[in-house]
Design a protein around this ligand. Sequence first.
Ligand code: SF4
Ligand code: SF4
Length: 265
Amino acid sequence: MAFKQVLPKVYQNFLDRKILNLEISETKATCDNCLRARDKRFPYTYKANLKCCTFVPFLPNFAVGGILKEKLEGHKVIEKIIDENRFALPLGIFPDFDYQYRFTHKKQKDFGNREDLLCHYYDKEKNRCGIWEFRGVVCTTFFCRSDYGKSGQNLWTEMNNYLSYVEMALAEDCLVMKDFSPRDISDQLVFLNKKDFTKSEKTQTTIAPKELKSYWNGYADPKEFYLSCYALVQKQTRASFKEILSEQGLNLEKRVLQGYACLSK
Ligand code: SF4
Ligand code: SF4
């Protein structure tokens, strides 16, 4: 299967063709019938109704817009997050501090087993992701077992590094196009992968309206904002994308291709 088939379509306008056309076949990580919920060779198993979705990804603004535009099952969750003044910021939607605290303080075996860690985008009725076409980078590149063994896991690590960079570069570029300053952007990055929590942050699930408004730079309707970010990313071409990718991104791109060249079964 070509890699482009597992990526959101929006990436196909501008990612390197060599990456989009990589032929990668992962048959062991059978997510619809979760391998990790039944294969006792793993150090411990996951619950079949939780799988590896005991994790909430950061969703960049344009992906949020894509989910709203395409009305994926998870769009209702996103609307609720926005309406409840949770962690919906111009850069994207972050896991609540309360969640980040519980996630970073979990025990190893809690992953895959603790129901309170289940991703809020998970569709419990269908037992699968409710935003699959726009799921975050960590979700796109996670395979509990690779057909290619260690070389496959190395490739997915390189792919994760590259796509994380791409995801953030695109989200930040949307903000630049909308007149946010570098300071406005860096103020939001502190919401990502938080390590230190005050007593009140450990249970914080919302942001006070006044504080939240201060991040939005005068934009009054987050849904419209996210939709317009999606429209901006849809217009990216390979040439405009290379400009925002910079040398660091192009090096990460090369590392993916090197990782692919080392694949062995
Ligand atoms: S990648 Fe996740 S959902 Fe897929 S088989 Fe592995 S643990 Fe299960
Ligand atoms: S976004 Fe989807 S794939 Fe990722 S953790 Fe949530 S439900 Fe699972």
